[in-house]
Design a protein around this ligand. Structure first.
Ligand code: PMP
Length: 390
């Protein structure tokens, strides 16, 4: 892209309703936020358990800042690794039921590190077509042969695995799909991975904290195998920031030695490691938070909307409207009523499948969800019938 091409390209994005702008929050995360001066009932964040502003996390972070300061000062391998990081890693490994865990600055960095350190030119990676962008980037960066299979289509995946002559193979999935809210069939995927001697990489960004009694996908299905690599993010249900990879001792030791996006980056601030330990304690002590999200999910699923609402059970519920302009209009109409549900458009989702992404949280009250559903029901009844269920 040349410098003189940027402004016209941005204008084209505006014309296609694809120009992005960032809402600016003037409050902490929670059910009620202030955005660009407007108080809103928010169904927008990934703070599924309502922990981002929980006093126990804030107190843990504050105490850690007083002892360890704000910044980590360096990468983990130089001098940025503290006893707080060490404790968080040990507790995370125990919580998800793996031998060892490794902290990362973000889920994006974790995904790049895992895929690029385990795969190279002679290898092949098989990714579900709907996996998160950071996983796709890791696959591309690894230089392995990059094969995608249709969403949750294990028959096609098996055919692709059978046809592969690669030295090392890896199946890559999201445990919970971020724009669709549905889940990967992990036990069947593990059986395939065993049959074809492949790694199974599970990105549990949207399940960790909710499924498996909060312990995530491996606990949910009682999965344990040396070939499973588990990744959970800490910026969503855990309410903090960063991510971790969990697996066997040897796997983690390899990542620590060969994961470029682990090695060449400053460690997460130690206070965030302390907040992570507090988040795990709250997940254990306050199971009502998960239960409340599941109850909200059942309420959303029971709603009869004219738009397509796929059957899902966790925090993310897409309302598939179809057209970009209509999706934006519905989101805007909700906003005028003080309700914030972000519109998701291409390229994040396929063309013609623009949607509202309802994100539920333990911070919501029953009445908050009822208010959203009433507003959506009313808007759906006056929508263009040609756009419905697109
Ligand atoms: N994986 C998935 C499925 C995600 O949804 C996200 C974030 N939206 C990430 C990875 C990246 O995590 P992070 O925000 O910590 O970089």
């Amino acid at each position: 892209m040349r410098a003189d091409e940027l402004a016209p390209a941005l204008c084209a994005l505006t014309a296609e309703h694809r120009r992005r702008r960032r809402p600016c929050l003037e409050s902490a995360q929670g059910a009620r936020v202030v955005v660009d001066g407007q108080p809103l009932l928010a169904f927008a964040s990934n703070d599924y358990l309502g922990l981002a502003a929980h006093p126990r996390l804030a107190d843990a972070a504050q105490a850690a800042i007083h002892r360890f300061g704000v910044g980590a000062g360096a990468s983990h391998l130089v001098c940025g690794h503290s006893t707080l990081h060490e404790e968080a890693e040990q507790r995370l490994a125990a919580w998800v039921g793996c031998e060892r865990a490794l902290l990362f600055g973000s889920g994006y960095a974790a995904n790049l590190a895992v895929i690029t350190s385990l795969l190279g030119r002679d290898d092949e990676v098989f990714a579900d077509r709907l996996v998160h962008a950071s996983l796709n980037d890791g696959c591309l960066l690894s230089r392995a042969r990059f094969t995608r299979f249709p969403h949750n289509d294990l028959v096609r995946l098996e055919a692709q695995l059978c046809a592969s002559r690669a030295r090392s193979k890896m199946i890559v999935v999201d445990a919970v799909y971020s724009m669709d809210g549905d889940e990967a069939p992990l036990p069947a995927l593990l059986a395939l991975a065993r049959r074809h001697d492949a790694w199974l990489y599970v990105d549990d960004a949207h399940g960790f904290g909710l499924t498996g009694g909060g312990r995530g996908a491996l606990a949910e299905y009682a999965l344990a195998d040396e070939r499973i690599i588990y990744m959970g993010t800490l910026g969503k249900a855990a309410g903090v920031a960063g991510a971790f990879v969990a697996g066997s001792e040897t796997l983690i030791e390899w990542l620590l030695n060969r994961g470029r996006s682990y090695i060449y980056t400053t460690a997460l601030p130690p206070a965030l490691a302390a907040a992570t330990v507090a988040a795990l304690a709250v997940m254990a002590d306050e199971p009502w938070r998960r239960e409340r999200v599941f109850a909200h999910a059942r309420a959303v699923q029971a709603a009869r909307l004219a738009w397509r609402l796929p059957q899902v059970r966790l925090a993310i519920h897409p309302v598939i409207i179809g057209g970009d302009a209509e999706t934006l209009a519905v989101s805007q109409a909700l906003r005028e009523q003080g309700i914030w549900v972000p519109p998701i458009r291409p390229p994040t989702v396929p063309a013609g499948q623009a949607r509202l992404r309802i994100s539920l949280s333990a911070a919501h009250e029953v009445g908050d969800v009822a208010r959203l559903l009433a507003a959506l029901g009313q808007l759906a009844s006056c929508a263009d019938p040609n756009e419905r269920g697109a």
